[in-house]
Design a binder for this molecule. Structure first.
Ligand code: AMP
Length: 473
């Protein structure tokens, strides 16, 4: 048993942890906390939901207690720890957690992110804070306004680093890191160790200890994964039917674009399902309200994009729908990781349209599981054709039979399956996934483009508009 008492945390931190009700350390905590306490750099492969926020913030707070003071002078409270995250929601959540852990200390924590008035953030920063949680763009605004001074930073945490690179934050990160003292501890957390992440770590971390607790190709065994072949036009109907038939109380519904997200949420709402949307075009206030409503159970379906949903602290969602198959197979793992947590039963339903063959194959390769494509039987007037117990293999030759003849020709197009051969790939031991070449190329393009633009131009917009990648926020 990995008890927090083994760590000899300062009593004021131990008290806060006890109040949180944590009984034992999670694997990332058990491995990372002693390393961070010893002052070493860490490169951690861990996803949200693994307890990684406490894994970095508890030892960081413990090491900063020597600076604790009750002075009201801002000069006595310089920024000593910086935590960078890709999205506003994540920054907000991490700051809330850090504040909880620090509540019995005199260390101050503040959060800054875009989409909000800068003034209240400026006022807080001017009073002095030891731990600053931020998204890169807004932090640069504060650095330029001289409200954030980083020359006394001892700790920097790059959290969800892969996602920060996906969004195109590399130039911003490089600028921010150039303001920090060289003598510091750097912690980098990422769901995957892609070549870009390794390059980032090689540039900014010193002899990091690598900690890997959840391999990127793992899906929880408690999640039932179903893949249905459903033409785009029928997906909404299929979703409604599954929700009704299985009595699903709440679910995340993932789509690939902001526009698709807004449209789907609106039409589901019109059809009487209590739905809300979460995507990057919503104001901060709207997003927080949407989240709050979902958490309170006032809405049943949260339709969201990957970036908007990443890391949201919502537990025990009974089901996840992939209304669109994600462009990036690793997003599939993140998405379905929203259900079946902590040993609970979960359901992940994915709708594959005829053009999604390659994406489904990517998921099959990453997760090293055979994916059976099921025909979908609608309750109403549409016969589902020759389906054996509702299950079919990729290469059954009646792949389009579940589509009734009253569909438009496009919807009747055949799902082209990969050949049914025994693939020795699935018998091999685990090897970290490499990005498909086209994704890597896109990322390179995004990064090289981002380098040439002004840091004041929000890179996320450029990425989405130019490359139509999975980046939706
Ligand atoms: P994180 O992965 O840091 O986003 O944490 C996910 C959730 O796990 C948060 O709600 C934490 O409060 C919770 N958590 C963190 N550490 C523990 C622990 N040792 N035991 C139980 N829950 C924890």
């Amino acid at each position: 048993m990995n008890s927090f008492s083994q760590l000899q945390l300062a009593p004021n931190l131990a008290k806060a942890v006890a109040e949180m009700g944590y009984e034992s350390m999670t694997p990332i905590q058990a491995q990372a906390i002693p390393v961070v306490l010893s002052g070493q750099d860490v490169m951690g492969a861990a996803q949200t939901g693994t307890g990684k926020t406490a894994a970095f913030s508890l030892p960081l707070l413990q090491r900063m207690l020597k600076h604790e003071n009750a002075s009201t002078s801002p000069a006595r409270h310089p920024v000593r720890a910086l935590v960078l995250l890709p999205t506003r929601e994540l920054a907000d959540q991490v700051a809330q957690q850090v504040k909880m852990y620090a509540k019995y200390t005199q260390l101050r924590c503040a959060v800054v992110f875009g989409g909000m008035d800068m003034k209240p953030q400026t006022l807080e920063l001017k009073k002095g804070v030891e731990v600053l949680v931020a998204t890169p763009g807004r932090l640069l605004d504060h650095i330029e306004a001289k409200t954030a001074v980083l020359n006394q930073v001892e700790y920097v945490v790059l959290d969800e680093a892969d996602r920060m690179l996906d969004i195109g934050f590399l130039p911003d990160l490089q600028r921010i890191l150039s303001y920090l003292p060289k003598q510091r501890t750097t912690l980098l957390f990422s769901a995957t160790f892609s070549p870009e992440i390794k390059r980032l770590a090689a540039s900014y971390l010193q002899n990091p200890v690598t900690i890997e607790v959840a391999r990127p190709n793992q899906t929880a065994s408690t999640v039932t994964q179903l893949f249905y072949s459903v033409p785009d036009d029928d997906k909404r109907r299929a979703l409604k039917q599954i929700v009704k038939q299985r009595g699903i109380s709440q679910a995340f519904v993932f789509v690939n674009s902001k526009l698709g997200c807004a449209r789907l949420a609106r039409s589901l709402e019109r059809e009487g399902l209590k739905t809300t949307a979460l995507h990057g075009d919503k104001s901060q206030d709207e997003r927080l309200k949407a989240l709050d409503a979902f958490k309170k159970g006032e809405v049943d379906l949260l339709v969201c994009t990957d970036v908007a949903a990443r890391g949201l602290d919502i537990k025990d969602v009974p089901a996840v729908f992939n209304f669109d198959i994600p462009y990036n197979a690793e997003d599939y793992i993140h998405r379905i990781g929203r259900t079946g947590r902590a040993g609970a039963e979960g359901l992940a339903v994915s709708f594959a349209s005829p053009t999604d063959t390659r994406l489904v194959t990517d998921i099959e390769k990453l997760t090293k599981q055979k994916i059976e494509l099921l025909g979908f039987e609608f309750d109403d007037d549409r016969p589902s054709g020759r389906i054996n117990n509702g299950r079919r293999h990729w290469n059954d030759d009646d792949a389009s039979s579940e589509v009734s003849s009253d569909q438009p020709p496009a919807a009747r197009s055949r799902f082209v399956p990969p050949p049914k051969v025994h693939d020795p790939f699935f018998d091999q031991p685990y090897q970290p996934a490499e990005q498909p070449p086209d994704v890597a190329t896109k990322t390179e393009q995004v990064l090289s483009h981002s380098r040439s633009i002004s840091p004041n131009i929000k890179p996320k917009r450029t990425v989405a508009a130019l490359f139509k990648t999975t980046v939706t926020d």
